[in-house]
Write a protein that binds this ligand. Structure first.
Ligand SMILES: [Zn+2]
Length: 317
């Protein structure tokens, strides 16, 4: 495979893994490397590993062929100032000027985005959002994030903080969220929320399918296990998935009214549940949105784990 120049170095700085790829502008990867983030070792160690991986993929490539380095990082991120603000997934990182630090170390232009915004860009540039002017992307995994493409560009807002869809309050007296608020979409329907409710169900119903799957250890319950139990007819598990899907429907209905997208794309690990999730989401949306929004398709996102990396390539398009 021959990649066309210029190239972009795409970086996905995750809470558990650092992934770096050398890509052309069509999203073809020439090289890729990865290593554990080991965030617990602290900021300096992580930065050192990050720089080393980037140097690895750029080796032998003249600087003039590299447009820059695009980075997707856990939010909140000040995309305009190139700052990582204080992500729960990178403990101890407070207002870190990652862009300036890397530009100095690498002598290449660096662009920063929050990971969910980057994924939205990836779907827009290389996935099912391609060719559209207005796209809402939601990713449901351990947390819930998203990005809004409005009138042909990523909506950034003041300090680049727009699009934190997972922290819309959907249930004011709901469970506590990671962000400190109560009843955020993320606290009601993320993979973490589904696992939490699944663990509770195991405590209440020790003879259930779900209890069998986790060998009666609530600590072992994850979202996938709850979905499997639901598929096997476990009533409590089914209710948990349906409740999560209901809140996803409410969240999507809000997003339709706010942004009037041509399509809503849902990605992330929880979206892999497929019909059990999407059927309820679509039904709740139909019941709740005003008439003109009822025909907007709500679809699983096309791209898989590389969506974030591809999104950071799109920062240079
Ligand atoms: Zn929240």
């Amino acid at each position: 495979m021959v990649a066309k120049r210029p190239l972009v170095i795409a970086v996905d700085l995750g809470g558990t893994q650092i992934r770096v790829a050398l890509s052309d502008l069509e999203g073809q990867f020439l090289r890729r490397v990865a290593c554990p983030t080991e965030a617990a070792q602290g900021q300096e160690a992580v930065m050192r590993r990050l720089v080393a991986r980037i140097q690895e993929v750029r080796q032998g490539i003249p600087d003039k062929d590299i447009l820059g380095v695009g980075i997707g990082s856990p939010g909140p991120v000040d995309a305009l100032a190139g700052l990582i603000i204080s992500p729960p997934n990178l403990p101890g990182w407070e207002e870190v000027p990652l862009r300036d630090f890397l530009e100095q170390r690498l002598s290449l232009p660096v662009r920063l985005a929050n990971d969910a915004n980057a994924a939205a860009l990836g779907e827009w540039a290389f996935g099912d959002g391609r060719g559209r002017q207005n796209v809402v992307y939601v990713t449901i995994s351990t947390g819930i994030g998203g990005g809004v493409i409005a009138e042909g560009r990523l909506l950034l807002g003041h300090r680049g903080l727009a699009g934190e869809v997972g922290h819309m309050t959907l249930l004011p007296e709901g469970p506590r969220c990671n962000c400190g608020n109560y009843g955020c979409w993320e606290a009601l329907a993320s993979g973490t929320a589904i696992a939490r409710d699944g663990a509770e169900a195991v405590r209440v119903h020790p003879a259930s399918r779900l209890a069998k799957l986790c060998e009666k250890d609530p600590e072992r319950v994850d979202a996938r296990m709850v979905a499997t139990a639901a598929g096997l007819g476990d009533r409590a598990a089914k209710e948990i998935i349906e409740r999560a899907a209901f809140y996803c429907g409410v969240g999507v209905a809000n997003l339709l009214h706010l942004y009037s997208p041509e399509i809503v794309l849902i990605g992330g690990g929880v979206s892999k549940m497929g019909d059990i999730l999407f059927t309820t989401v679509r039904q709740v949306v139909l019941e709740r949105v005003m008439r003109p929004y009822r025909s907007v398709p709500i679809e699983p996102a096309a791209l898989d784990v590389d969506v974030g990396l591809l999104g950071t390539v799109a920062l240079f398009l």
